[in-house]
Design a protein around this ligand. Structure first.
Ligand SMILES: C[S@@+](CC[C@H](N)C(=O)[O-])C[C@H]1O[C@@H](n2cnc3c(N)ncnc32)[C@H](O)[C@@H]1O
Length: 420
């Protein structure tokens, strides 16, 4: 394709299926799917290329690789450009169309992209592989799918499985699968109300499951080993940009051989990591103290122990708060009891007081009537007194007049007066 043709066809694909969002691929002639700059996933591509190039049992150009949840196909295309045969499996049609266009533009005939559900990727469907990539996918899957996906991966893998994933650092849930326990935390992928169209449009989320289940590191390791991988390691180098809770786990197929130098029974019969909260020291496994050396004890023990300590502290704190609330409720119950007793006592006193109040009211009425009648009598008496007084006063006046008259009648001339 000429540069113009390349650009026109790239833009046609973008117009029909949406633009490239995560995988920046050089299509040739200086034309990129996103832009001529580092976008981010290139770092993971380089990490995977160096890692697999260093540890795979075959050279890269002889590898058959399965890329689960391949999205826009950067990793598949990178390995294809190094000569590997690659099958990319992606659940969504839009990123798949972009991946197919890029592979076609680069003339990669040994790179094939299939639309499919990674949860159903089996040997019967895709064949066997030297390397299986499960990058940026596991943390979008729910339980029990994560366990089935590991089992399927182990079933079709001859050499390596690369699980580049987030994992749980705080443990909230226990999940049982095939009688074994796993610890982790559920994470929301889609709202329950989101329909299939909405879920499909969220290209970097789970295909359809509303929750994903992030396992704690020991659980993740145990799940890989129980699925049929012989060894699980963490990749420290080639380095990858760290998110703090995300790593590349290397699961390797291998043959279990009996120990020849010490042919005794009971050596490492339990080869799984202990469930997080019943951790046994490594010395328990082999009966020798020197093995439980903090310097050689894997870091994830510390991590999970710390996580559990944090959770225990939180639970203790919550317990304490519940105790305090209980105590306050007890106190309040006592206070309510006392108030109820007082209300009852007041009720009783009111019951007793009501008849007395009735009696007092009758008494008061009687007194009022008596007072009224007394007032009437007093009025009559006062009126009588007034009349008698008036009569007496009038009588007195008359008497005075009579006396005066008699005095005048008895008055003698001077010469008739006797000396006393
Ligand atoms: C976060 S992206 C990672 C893409 C790519 N592997 C990377 O590391 O850059 C997750 C991809 O997995 C796809 N995916 C999620 N669940 C899937 C499933 N059950 N089957 C197939 N693809 C799935 C999504 O559509 C999305 O393209």
């Amino acid at each position: 394709m000429t540069p113009d043709e390349l650009i026109r066809r790239r833009d046609d694909v973008a117009a029909e299926h949406g633009p490239w969002v995560g995988h920046n691929i050089h299509l040739g002639h200086g034309v990129y799917t996103i832009a001529e700059r580092v976008v981010g996933a290139e770092n993971t591509a380089k990490h995977l290329l160096d890692l697999i190039g260093a540890i795979a049992r075959k050279p890269v150009d002889r590898l058959r690789i399965l890329d689960l949840g391949c999205s826009e196909g950067l990793y598949a295309i990178e390995f294809g450009l190094h000569g590997a045969e690659v099958v990319g499996v992606e659940g969504r049609s839009a990123p798949l169309a972009r991946a197919r266009f890029a592979a076609e533009a680069l003339g990669l005939e040994r790179v094939r992209f299939e639309q499919g559900d990674a949860r159903e990727a089996t040997e019967a469907r895709y064949g066997r592989f030297d390397v299986i990539l499960n990058c940026g996918l596991l943390y979008h899957l729910d339980a029990p799918d994560i366990f089935r996906v590991f089992e399927n991966m182990a079933g079709m893998c001859d050499d390596l499985a690369i699980v580049e994933t987030h994992y749980a650092q705080a443990i909230a849930e226990r999940y049982e699968y095939k009688g074994e326990e796993y610890f982790g935390v559920s994470r929301r992928e889609h709202e329950d109300a989101a329909d299939a169209t909405v879920r499909a449009a969220r290209e970097w989320a789970s295909l359809d499951n509303a929750y994903s289940f992030w396992m704690a590191k020991p659980s993740l390791v145990n799940a890989l080993v129980r699925s049929g991988f012989a060894a699980v390691t963490e990749c420290l180098y080639p380095a990858i940009l760290s998110y703090g809770d995300r790593e590349t786990f290397i699961a390797r197929k291998g043959e279990a051989r009996p120990l020849k130098a010490v042919p005794l029974p009971g050596i490492f019969t339990d080869r799984f990591l202990p469930p997080v909260e019943t951790r046994r020291p490594l010395s328990d496994w082999v009966g020798q103290d020197h093995v439980d050396n903090p310097a050689t004890t894997p870091r994830y023990f510390d991590t999970t122990t710390r996580d559990l300590d944090v959770m225990r502290r939180r639970l203790d704190t919550m317990d304490g708060r519940f105790d305090a609330v209980d105590q306050r409720l007890d106190g309040l119950e006592g206070e309510v009891g006392a108030i109820e007793a007082r209300v009852t006592a007041i009720g009783q006193r009111l019951d007793e007081a009501v008849p007395q109040i009735g009696r007092l009211a009758g008494e008061t009425e009687r007194l009022a009537a008596y007072t009224e009648s007394l007032q009437g009598s007093m009025n009559d008496w006062l009126k009588g007194l007034w009349t008698a007084l008036n009569t007496a006063t009038a009588e007195l006046g008359r008497t005075r007049e009579e006396i005066e008259r008699v005095r005048i009648a008895q008055r003698r001339p001077w010469f008739m007066r006797r000396r006393s």
